[in-house]
Design a protein around this ligand. Structure first.
Ligand code: PRP
Length: 530
């Protein structure tokens, strides 16, 4: 093993590295000419540099004195640290860097832990000129490479809060829950939360899908909320600038967008490649970050371009009109959900006699189906192979959530239960052994109850655990209850409900907005019984 690379790592070599170096050279030359000052911060930072903005899974190290260090997962915070320590009174106003950041990706997922970013920071400029300059720089950089059509998506980190603030009756908790459902495009959850919200304007009934064309349609009506007006006026000015200087670039809006980092405060900008369903560059305003470091307010805007994505976009032929790829969990999920998909206008007839085949295409070539084990659905989705995923919430809860969980399909309904032989008592003093296929869910359940248990991960037939003495109890799903009954196990506690969900890859929701919105609407109607 001493000659093998760590998971999620790679060596760069030869032609591929030369191509990357050429790109980096072109970008640096252009940014130097545009008056940006280069900066290279340390690869290793104190962990405390990132403490105020938790949420990123970082690689940890210790120095000689036992200080907690990390490999930088982000470069904006190190630059903020640099400005604070070196330029308290007069910060340099235009910086750039091209370097690597390190974030732990889902283990053994095929994703890399290291990413090369080219990033610009415009510091001290509160005017729209900063937004315009950053977009101009990024579009000019992109023009060096043969990338196909680019689209600019405008959002604002304060928009959702601003709209929700116009409903004074909402509690803080309701507000947070609504915001989360909108940002995650979780339509089922959003509709559940807004069922008893009488003053929600009709125009916002499918707010999580209010982006792109749908977002543009409802934008004029949102202007009636006074606090939203300044944001719309700002977007309009940015769009006018783009139309004037880059007439071929389409500009659209996202009224349901999530800030890429928690320190974003205002305008958010994305350069999207519709043919590839990928974001090439993104960034926005973070006016409070430097204030936190310096104690003085200092407006700032940053934008980063992903070099690996640029390289991939150069090579990848435009997908054009390709079928929507549906990744289905085979077995119970697929059988339960097939009639619903069919009723919603997705031709699932090729799946009726699958034999040993694993890929199927609908007769109208609009959909391609991939049948995989439930635990593999997210891998195909999050690595960009699939557009839609259909899988149980028991499976998705155990894995990284990099996709949109759009709809609860109300199929495959089951319960997560703790089950054990009669007489089992979790509250006596011994440390219990719990067998489960779901260690994450089980861990959080027992932790939240202050129960210290020993979890035993099994891949299936979990009921055998207590029967053979391997475990004292199990946490598993129960649908009909037959398996528990047949193995003389009783439900000790019901933890939560489980059902099949419709997931959508983030880029796919933009790339196939019209078709996917149609599918989602048809499914909602079917679920309502329309
Ligand atoms: C699931 C679950 C239970 C069983 C419950 O197992 O883990 O064992 O179904 O269903 P029931 O309440 O309708 O009897 P699955 O069939 O997926 O097989 P596995 O145990 O091999 O994972």
């Amino acid at each position: 093993m001493d000659r093998i690379l760590a998971a999620g790592s790679r060596d760069e070599y030869g032609q591929v590295l030369q191509e990357k170096q050429d790109i980096i050279f072109k970008i640096s030359r252009q940014l130097n000419q545009a008056g940006f000052t280069p900066i290279k911060t340390s690869l290793i930072e104190r962990q405390s540099t990132f403490d105020r903005y938790p949420g990123t899974d970082m690689f940890h190290l210790y120095d000689q004195a036992g200080e907690n260090l990390v490999l930088r997962p982000d470069m904006t915070l190190p630059v903020a640290r640099f400005i604070e320590t070196h330029y308290r009174s007069q910060a340099p106003n235009r910086l750039y860097y091209i370097d690597d950041v390190f974030r732990k990706t889902d283990y053994l997922s095929g994703d890399y832990n290291q990413e090369t970013q080219a990033r610009i920071e415009l510091i001290g400029d509160a005017s729209l000129g900063a937004e315009q300059k950053a977009i101009e720089i990024m579009l000019n950089l992109a023009a060096n490479f043969n990338l196909g059509q680019l689209e600019i998506v405008l959002g604002d980190a304060s928009l959702i809060d601003t709209i929700l603030a116009s409903f004074p009756a909402l509690s803080n908790q309701q507000r947070q829950a609504l915001k989360k459902s909108i940002e995650q495009k979780n339509l089922s959850r959003f509709q559940e939360l807004t069922k008893h919200l009488p003053d929600l304007p009709a125009v916002l009934t499918d707010w999580p899908l209010a982006f792109g064309q749908r977002g543009e349609e409802i934008l004029p009506k949102l202007g009636q909320i006074p606090a939203v007006k300044p944001i719309i006026i700002k977007w309009q000015k940015i769009a006018d600038f783009i139309h004037q200087h880059f007439p071929n670039i389409k500009v659209t809006v996202d009224l349901a967008g999530q800030a890429p980092q928690p320190y974003y405060t205002g305008t958010m900008i994305q350069g999207f490649l519709p043919d590839l369903g990928e974001t090439l560059f993104s960034g926005g305003r973070y006016d409070c970050l430097l204030k936190n470091f310096q104690g003085d307010f200092c407006p700032a805007l940053g934008m980063e371009l992903n070099i690996q994505r640029l390289m991939a976009a150069q090579k990848q032929p435009a997908k054009g009109q390709h079928p929507i790829v549906v990744v289905l969990a085979k077995g119970r999920v697929e059988e339960d959900v097939r009639p619903l998909l069919q009723a919603a206008g997705i031709d699932t007839s090729p799946l009726e006699h699958p034999g040993r085949r694993l890929i199927f295409e609908s007769a109208d070539h609009q959909f391609r189906f991939i049948l995989v084990k439930p635990t593999d659905v997210l891998k195909y989705l999050d690595r960009g192979i699939g557009d839609i995923g259909v899988v149980g919430s028991d499976t998705t809860d155990e894995q990284e959530q990099n996709h949109y969980d759009v709809l609860d399909l109300k199929r495959g309904q089951a319960e997560f239960v703790v089950a054990a032989p009669a007489g089992f008592n979790l509250n006596n003093s011994q440390r219990h052994r719990i067998a489960t296929k779901y260690p994450k869910r089980a861990g959080s359940y027992f932790n939240s109850r202050g129960q210290d248990v020993e979890l035993i991960k099994l891949e299936g037939s979990v009921e055998l655990g207590p029967l053979t003495g391997l475990a004292d109890a199990i946490m598993d799903i129960s649908q009909t209850g037959n398996t528990l009954k047949a193995n003389q196990l009783e439900v000790y506690d019901t933890v939560c409900q489980v059902s099949t969900h419709l997931l959508v890859r983030r880029g796919a929701l933009w790339q196939h907005q019209q078709q996917l919105t149609k599918v989602i609407e048809a499914l909602i109607n079917e679920l309502k019984g329309v």
